[in-house]
Design a protein around this ligand. Structure first.
Ligand code: KIV
Length: 291
């Protein structure tokens, strides 16, 4: 795959994301948790790369995002930073880092920016996060909001399911979105909400909405890269995931072929190993093998 920089050379910034809505541009967003994935996702021309706390489920093998720590987010954000040149790099604030006060939240967000190299942070919640978002924005830390299904609330919700499906809940979601915008968020993720409600939020806000399971009217779309590539282990795939490749099968097949070759003595070949130079072979009286 060629680097798409020629077609989309300009670095994506927070102001560019904000103004993309006026230009009617559909932004492309994906997750990454490590250097090679970040490079590939960036080189393919993705506009926003999120080091999501989905890291917990997707890469670290946790059952949910709840156990993910700030140190884990920092470790992975630094790796992704090294692989990203063009996309805007956003890091998730993990559960527990913005729940005990604005100063602690600011400290955690500053670490993600200073040590992790993130250009913005994302945090989950609506009206209950307004003060924290104001404080972070005031400290020059751009914030992406996240409402609808908020996976860090799993213990409260009981399961991951469609949100804002009653008229009251939908009205509350729209109000939450407006409050996040007023607090200074530069974009809002809408996760697993009815497409009609996502459209209403998108039409109401001046900042871009980023949909995941929220229909096509959102200003941008995000997916977990491993879901798109067929590299995840979840039993059932949510209906909003479109799988564009089956890398788990591809990897399994490649590793099986490698194992077969090793067991049959077919790997490595002479071309995949190093011959002893002739003078050393002569001095040692070693018979040279291969070509
Ligand atoms: O953690 C994550 O990957 C996310 C996206 C799915 C929006 O929050």
């Amino acid at each position: 795959m060629v680097y798409l920089k020629q077609q989309r050379p300009e670095k994506v910034t927070v102001p560019a994301v904000r103004s993309s809505k006026e230009r009617g541009e559909k932004l492309v967003c994906l997750t990454a948790y490590d250097y090679p994935t970040a490079r590939i996702v960036d080189e393919a021309g993705t506009d926003i790369i999120l080091v999501g706390d989905s890291l917990g489920n997707v890469v670290l093998g946790y059952d949910s995002t709840v156990p993910v720590t700030l140190e884990e987010m920092l470790h992975h954000t630094r790796a992704v930073r090294r692989g990203v040149q063009r996309a805007l790099l956003v890091a998730d604030m993990p559960y527990g880092t913005y729940h005990t006060g604005e100063t602690e939240a600011t400290r955690a967000a500053l670490r993600l920016v200073k040590e992790g190299g993130a250009e913005a942070v994302k945090l989950e919640g609506g009206r209950n996060r307004v003060e924290i978002i104001r404080r972070l924005v005031n400290e020059e830390i751009p914030v992406m909001g996240h409402i609808g299904l908020t996976p860090q609330s799993l213990n409260k919700l009981g399961s991951y399911r469609l949100q804002a499906k009653t008229a009251d809940a939908a009205r509350a979601l729209i109000e939450d979105a407006q409050m996040l915008e007023e607090a200074g968020a530069f974009a809002v993720v809408l996760e697993v909400v009815p497409r009609e409600i996502a459209r209403m939020v998108t039409e109401t806000l001046h900042i871009p909405t980023i949909g995941i399971g929220a229909g096509a009217s959102c200003d941008a779309q995000i997916l977990v890269t491993h879901d798109l590539l067929g590299l995840s282990f979840s039993q059932t795939s949510p209906r909003f995931v479109r799988q564009y490749a089956s890398l788990r099968d591809t990897m399994n097949e490649a590793i099986t072929r490698y194992a077969d070759d090793v067991r049959a003595g077919l790997f490595p070949s002479d071309a995949e190993s190093y011959p002893l130079p002739a003078d050393a072979a002569a001095e040692l009286g070693v018979k040279k093998s291969g070509v």
